[in-house]
Design a protein around this ligand. Structure first.
Ligand SMILES: C[C@](O)(C(=O)O)[C@H](CC(=O)O)C(=O)O
Ligand SMILES: [Mg+2]
Length: 294
């Protein structure tokens, strides 16, 4: 029997400590990540907002916006996909619908956070969070809605910024009691903070290694020593792609050709390799005589 996406995510967590989960902004990135040997993918809420809609990460995208990108990724890669569902987009029934649709889209796992609906990036100031009981209700609604009991519901808490370590850990514990399968400890500052979370909890703890934020970019060994179960790189490839693209646009404008930029580009042959272009072409040639020219 083939394992469900959720079961494969759980298996990957069990096999890697920590499991690296890498952001894939689109289907092709998912294919490159998979062929680079990664075991799990991430669809970033900020990434969907920024890349697919040209919007900031301020709770302006909705379920359908994220589902479109999630479906594209699960169609292109067999790796388990963790999806950022922000606040779940509403009350208990909205959250239930979000979970049902994510499962239908072939998603393995989601994280739902305790910010108010008009959420902010976790690494920005002035975040506001809902009460602990409202957050636990979000978790209960999500867990109750899943069809596959292996589908992984992760609680993200942004409480550290406003309320400090102890309150954030207490919240995380309450979420686990409410049924959360894992905890995303957002924007904590030190390995000791992670260690405190992992010691207080009996579920995997995720460390967000997002660049230019509140958390230092710890190595896998460091995260492992603090007991972290999942290391997330939500936008690393996206940021690199953006810098390369900008350089190409500016150079074309200023210089008039792209020759100095070729070393920043993936070659046609590399592109075709990741897409299995040649095997499609061979299939075409073998199947349809009329396609052959010689
Ligand atoms: C993980 C995150 O929720 C995301 O949407 O990718 C962001 C990442 C970022 O803005 O760097 C967050 O940490 O809030
Ligand atoms: Mg997000």
């Amino acid at each position: 029997m083939t394992l469900s996406a959720g079961a494969r995510f759980r298996q990957a967590i069990a096999q890697h400590k920590p499991l690296q989960v890498v952001g894939a902004i689109n289907a092709y990135c998912a294919m490159m990540a998979e062929q680079s040997g990664h075991q799990a993918l991430y669809l970033s809420g900020a990434g969907v907002a920024n890349a697919s809609y040209g919007l900031p990460d301020l709770g302006m995208t909705c379920l359908e916006d994220v589902l479109i990108d999630a479906r594209r990724i699960t169609s292109a890669s067999a790796l388990p996909l963790l999806v950022d569902i922000d606040t779940g987009w509403g009350g208990a029934f909205n959250i239930a619908r979000t979970i049902t649709e994510m499962e239908r889209a072939g998603v393995a796992a989601v994280h739902i956070e305790d910010q108010v609906q008009q959420k902010r990036c976790g690494h920005r100031p002035n975040k506001q969070i809902v009460s602990q009981s409202e957050m636990v209700d979000r978790i209960k609604a999500a867990v109750d809605a899943r069809n596959d009991d292996q589908f992984f519901v992760m609680a993200r808490t942004d409480a550290f910024a406003q309320q400090g370590l102890d309150a954030a850990i207490e919240r995380a514990q309450a979420c686990v009691e409410g049924g959360a399968d894992g905890i995303f400890a957002e924007a904590v500052h030190t390995l000791e903070d992670y260690q405190a979370f992992t010691e207080a909890l009996n579920v995997p703890v995720l460390a967000n290694m997002t660049e230019f934020g509140q958390t230092p970019l710890f190595s896998l060994e460091e995260l492992s020593s603090a007991g972290v179960g999942i290391a997330l790189y939500p936008l690393s490839a996206f940021r690199a792609m953006n810098a390369a693209a900008l350089s190409v646009y500016q150079t074309l404008k200023q210089v008039g050709d792209q020759r100095s930029q070729l070393d920043k580009m993936q070659t046609r042959e590399e592109l075709y390799h990741f897409l299995s272009y040649h095997s499609y072409e061979q299939h075409l040639d073998a199947l349809f005589e009329s396609q052959r020219t010689e």
